[in-house]
Design a protein around this ligand. Structure first.
Ligand code: NAD
Length: 360
């Protein structure tokens, strides 16, 4: 099959890690008889340098007319880079916010997977980790507290700040459908996280989840309060498959879930819209401290490309092939410097891409 991919290499290590993901995708295309057509798009600091803005309207159009967007990362050193002397709306991150909005990306998926070869990096005890864990956080990305009305006023000489948390049933329904669809592609288990003992928005959330669940009888689901979920993630992460939650809870829980895997260079992410069009990028930033040295870990970006195949192109077999190739590279002892440990073989960024592509 033929797919058009908008490629945003971005700044810092972005170009290095995206090149490796493209190398792996090309191998998948050759083996499974697909054609991936890449169009490069500027975003972030490189776009500011070239055009004066972090994302042009033309760049947005290319992304909109593609089947998916594959991204490295954007931004520079926030204390020294001249990009951060610009007004906020012209800084690198403004480009990403604009892109998310333009593409209607309301669902964010962040997997947290513990590779048994990297167990030593996990801060949890062995008896908790067991054979490892494999969960995803499905976070609503465009509603809730971060997008509600806010104001700060002075009342009777006392400063007072308001933030409002609003969800309508349609916003909840569309993310819940994504959550159940994702569960169907995985182990068919979903835990919806809320604070229904206190918040009206959470009570509505629960009601909608129960309605949507009726369409997915194969998925086992339950509800969990967010404070309990924060505790359960470190107490028994193996119980989770898909964790579905609203924007702020997801922001916090997804960082917690990433942290317990212990290796930032391994974590992929996807942001999805109502259509098949999605944005796929590693969870980490542009790592300006190691940019241009060919030593970044490309695995998070390679796994993001696997998510693109799974969620935007419905190429599950091909996505599995990438994930299996990553596991094989680790099992064979190949490591980039960030995950290096004694007895293993240290690779550059491009060598790691070669090893994984060869294992497809
Ligand atoms: P960072 O994730 O870029 O780096 C944190 C640390 O992890 C650094 O020591 C870095 O070398 C290391 N690291 C990150 N990715 C790695 C990889 N693939 N391989 C090996 N080591 C890796 O976070 P930061 O330093 O806080 O941010 C740097 C820039 O990235 C900032 O401009 C920030 O705004 C931006 N950022 C962008 C995104 C995005 O594009 N979505 C996300 C987060 C941060």
């Amino acid at each position: 099959m033929d797919f058009n991919i908008a490629v945003i290499k971005g700044d810092g290590i972005g170009p290095e890690i995206v090149n490796e993901a493209v190398k792996v995708l090309d191998k998948v295309a050759a083996k499974y008889n697909h054609r991936f057509n890449y169009t490069e798009v500027l975003m972030g600091g490189c776009s500011i340098d070239a055009t004066g803005v972090p994302l042009t309207d033309e760049a947005i159009e290319v992304c909109k007319s593609s089947d998916a967007v594959l991204m490295g990362s954007i931004g520079g050193d926030t204390t020294t880079s001249s990009w951060y002397k610009l007004p906020p709306e012209l800084r690198p991150e403004a480009g990403l916010l604009k892109l998310r909005k333009s593409l209607g990306l309301f669902a964010n998926i962040r997997p947290a997977y513990l590779y048994k070869e990297l167990k030593a990096a996990c801060p949890l005890k062995d008896e908790i980790i067991g054979d490892g864990f494999d969960l995803v956080i499905m976070r609503e990305l465009t509603g809730g507290l971060y997008f509600g009305d806010r104001k700060t006023v002075e009342e009777n000489g006392v400063m007072k700040a308001y933030d409002s948390l609003t969800y309508d049933e349609n916003e909840i329904r569309r993310i819940t459908v994504k959550g159940f669809e994702t569960a169907m592609k995985r182990r068919k288990n979903l835990i919806s996280v809320d604070k229904a003992n206190v918040l009206d928005s959470s009570r509505l959330w629960r009601k909608v989840v129960e309605e949507v669940a009726k369409d997915y009888p194969e998925v086992t689901y339950s509800h969990m309060l967010v404070d309990n979920c924060a505790m359960q993630l470190v107490k028994n992460p193996r119980q989770f498959d898909v964790v579905l939650t609203e924007n702020m809870f997801g922001d916090i829980l997804s960082d917690e879930a990433s942290e317990i895997t212990g290796s930032i260079g391994m974590l992929s992410s996807a942001s999805l819209s109502e259509t098949k069009l999605g944005l796929y990028e590693p969870s980490h930033g542009s790592a300006p401290d190691i940019a241009g040295q060919n030593k970044a870990n490309p695995i998070a970006t390679i796994l993001s490309a696997a998510m693109m195949l799974r969620y935007s192109f419905d190429l599950d077999k091909e996505a599995d092939a990438i994930e299996t190739a990553v596991k094989k590279a680790l099992a064979d002892g190949y490591r980039t410097v960030d995950i290096m440990s004694e007895g293993n073989r240290q690779m550059t960024c491009s060598e790691m891409g070669d090893v994984i592509a060869a294992a497809i």
